[in-house]
Design a protein around this ligand. Structure first.
Ligand SMILES: Nc1nc2c(ncn2[C@@H]2O[C@H](COP(=O)(O)OP(=O)(O)O)[C@@H](O)[C@H]2O)c(=O)[nH]1
Ligand SMILES: [Mg+2]
Length: 346
């Protein structure tokens, strides 16, 4: 057994930190370690906290950690912020803000930033969730900035996703509509001490009602999609549809994270959602979605690395190839086709 993985399994924080660094840097040696850990994963409950920069995600996460610690749970926290390169201020801020927990062995906090880009963030996040899971952490909280496909991917790795918004961000709600809405299990209107919190709650509620109305219509794409994703028995063996639809209604909760107001209600909503997932069998649906997401991220990065490696050996560095494309000296379609065909033939 590889030592780093063995040390992670025994709960050693320093080993986990090191392995996470390798994972983040895309070091090939991490793969064997992750393989060793994999059979020991699948127990942790994953909570996603997503929303715009400055919405108060870290402050809220910090408060949630305190609450979960009081319940006796061990925790892992990943702050995924692609907008903070390397020594970015936000990461430092997170560290300072969460310092209360620095001396608590039951809380393990780590920041992840994009190093290699090219979609490596979701792969690295998925791997780090598994490391924390294998370490035996009961709950893993993943904080992400809610913009972009990568972040939506990451949000989909959670069992329960909190979408944090703040008063007076009409545009923000537009952005939420664009994609994050579908992954929100609990809406949090943080900074409820500021003007306009109730209005934001109303706007969110209207948006949910609208979605509901659209869903209710025949031929609704979303509902069909949802049914199609449910664990499926052959049609004739499928139990009759329950009379009342067992759909989750995302609650909309107001918080003032800085004053620890409303945080217990958020934790209660997470617990309720967890029970809902268990009772309806949707937990396994989520876990399949997550497994799919993680596997696709892994595969994408792995194949891309292979293809780009070959490209570099045969045609020069990616930047040079890009310059050749701009000058019309290289045909991007032909290059991609050729690389894909070569990989497929091996
Ligand atoms: N007024 C007010 N400020 C808050 C609240 N929660 C967080 N903040 C402040 O908002 C700023 C951004 O918070 P942070 O947690 O770093 O946001 P993140 O970027 O979403 O992680 C900080 O200055 C916080 O102190 C709140 O409930 N009310
Ligand atoms: Mg933050």
């Amino acid at each position: 057994m590889t030592t780093l993985a063995a040390r992670v399994l025994s709960g050693e924080v320093r080993a986990a930190s090191r392995l996470m660094r390798h994972v983040e840097d895309g070091e090939p040696s991490a793969v064997a370690e992750l393989q060793t850990l994999f059979p020991h994963t699948g127990r942790a409950y994953v909570i996603g906290v997503t929303g715009s920069p400055g919405a108060g995600k870290s402050t809220l996460t910090d408060r949630l950690l305190a609450g979960l610690r009081r319940q006796g749970r061990t925790l892992g926290v990943l702050c995924v912020d692609p907008t903070s390169p390397f020594t970015g201020g936000a990461i430092l801020g997170d560290r300072i803000r969460m310092q209360d927990h620095a001396t608590d062995d039951g809380v393990f906090i780590r920041s992840l930033a994009t190093r290699g880009a090219l979609g490596g963030l979701s792969r690295a996040t998925g791997d780090c969730i598994r490391i924390l899971d294998a370490m035996g952490r009961d709950v893993v909280v993943v904080e992400t900035v809610g913009v972009g496909q990568d972040e939506i991917d990451v949000a989909q790795m959670a069992h329960t996703t909190l979408v944090v918004t703040v008063p007076g961000m009409g545009d923000d709600i537009q952005a939420i509509k664009a994609g994050i809405l579908e992954v929100a299990d609990v809406f949090v209107v943080n900074k409820a001490d500021l003007d306009g919190a109730d209005r934001t709650v109303r706007e969110l509620r209207q948006m949910l009602e609208l979605r509901h109305a659209v869903r209710g219509q025949a031929g609704d794409h979303d509902a069909r999609h949802r049914r199609a994703r449910a664990p499926s028995a052959p049609p004739d063996q499928r139990p009759p549809e329950p009379a009342g639809p067992r759909e989750w209604e995302p609650p909309i909760l107001k918080t003032v994270a800085t004053r620890d107001q409303g945080v217990q209600e958020v934790l209660a909503a997470v617990e309720q959602h967890r029970r809902f997932l268990d009772e309806t069998g949707q937990r396994s649906v989520r876990e399949r979605a997550r497994a799919k997401m993680q596997f696709v991220a892994l595969l994408r990065e792995r194949l891309l690395r292979e293809a780009l490696g070959r490209l570099e050996r045969e045609r020069g560095r990616l930047e040079e190839v890009a310059a050749a494309i701009v000058d019309h000296e290289a045909d991007p379609y032909a290059l991609a086709e050729a690389l894909a065909r070569q990989l497929a033939e091996e």
